[in-house]
Design a binder for this molecule. Structure first.
Ligand code: AMP
Length: 124
C-alpha cells in the first residue's frame, strides 16, 4: 500500500496523469509528502537526484498556482528543499517549465528538483 496516496477533494482532471499518480491509479516512486503536495522520482531522470514536486490538486502551471494559491506554492518549495536535503546535500535547482516552448509536457504544475551533482546550464 502506497502511503503517499491520499484522495483530495476539489481540483482534479480525470485525464491528467499526475492527478492519476496522486490518486494511486498510476504508480510512482514517492519519496516525501506534505499536506498539499507530494514528491516522487522523475521517470526519466536528468540528474542523480531528479524529483517532481506536485500539488495534490490540479493547477495547470506555476502561474496559475501562484495566482490562485501562493501558500501552496510556498509549501511546494519547502518540500523541494526538504527532499534535496534528504537525498542530496541540500543544494538544488527547482524548475517549472511553463508552456510547450519551455518544455512543459504535463499540464499539472510540477517543480523539477535537480540535485546531487554540479549542474550544468544548457537551456537552449
Ligand atoms: P515537463 O516536460 O516539464 O512537463 O516535465 C514532465 C516530467 O514528467 C518529465 O520529466 C517526465 O519524465 C516526467 N514524467 C512523465 N510521466 C511520468 C510518470 N508516470 N512518472 C514519473 N515521471 C513522469
Amino acid at each position: 500500500m502506497n502511503t503517499y496516496v491520499r484522495m483530495t477533494e476539489g481540483r482534479k482532471d480525470p485525464d491528467c496523469i499526475f492527478c492519476k499518480i496522486v490518486a494511486g491509479d498510476v504508480p510512482a516512486e514517492f519519496v516525501d509528502e506534505s499536506p498539499g503536495a507530494v514528491a516522487f522520482k522523475d521517470i526519466n531522470p536528468q540528474a542523480p537526484v531528479h524529483l517532481l514536486v506536485i500539488p495534490r490538486e490540479h493547477y495547470g502551471d506555476v502561474s496559475e498556482l501562484a495566482a490562485t494559491n501562493p501558500q501552496l506554492m510556498a509549501e511546494m518549495v519547502d518540500l523541494a528543499a526538504q527532499v534535496a536535503g534528504d537525498l542530496a546535500d541540500g543544494q538544488f535547482r527547482l524548475i517549472f517549465n511553463s508552456g510547450p516552448r519551455a518544455g512543459q509536457s504535463v499540464y499539472h504544475v510540477h517543480g523539477h528538483v535537480l540535485a546531487g551533482a554540479d549542474l550544468g546550464w544548457t537551456p537552449a
